[in-house]
Unconditional design. Structure first.
Length: 150
């Protein structure tokens, strides 16, 4: 019984370590992959689509588009914040305007966009992976919105 408790105590903090926001991801070869910038990214990082041993193909992007606008003033997001629904296959564009320099990162899709004060920046991607994904400011650590794709 003590061995089980010791094992449980050692494994308990593991989810906290794994839950952190990381800008790079180690691959099986030991190399790291860098998140893609929004200007040339149209699909999620290949590691985020791994659903087990059976291969699945992502749905083809539709001609439908979904657009959101978020403003950040004094570190507080306004506009299309909170949980937003995105139909699977839609082209998504999030326009972010901030009063401070930062970098916006969409988790799961690993799409990044640099933010310059007062200049709208567009984060665009095809919603081909169902799930719930946070869009956050990297430096400030502020969650702008949570996208529910499906």
């Amino acid at each position: 019984m003590t061995a089980r408790r010791t094992l449980a105590a050692l494994l308990l903090p593991l989810p906290l370590v794994l839950a952190g926001c990381a800008g790079t991801e180690a691959s099986e070869s030991g190399a790291t992959s860098t998140p893609e910038r929004s200007s040339d990214s149209t699909s999620p990082d290949s590691t985020s689509t791994d659903r087990g041993s059976a291969e699945t193909s992502a749905p083809a992007p539709s001609s439908a588009a979904t657009a959101f606008e978020v403003q950040v003033t004094g570190g507080q997001p306004t506009g299309d914040t909170g949980r937003v629904l995105v139909p699977l296959g839609n082209r998504v564009t999030v326009t972010i305007t901030s009063d401070a320099p930062d970098e916006a990162h969409l988790h799961g899709y690993d799409v990044l966009v640099d933010l310059e004060p007062g200049t709208p920046a567009e984060l665009a991607f095809d919603a081909t992976v169902p799930g719930v994904f946070e869009l956050e400011l990297h430096d400030a650590g502020t969650v702008l919105q949570t996208l529910q794709v499906g």
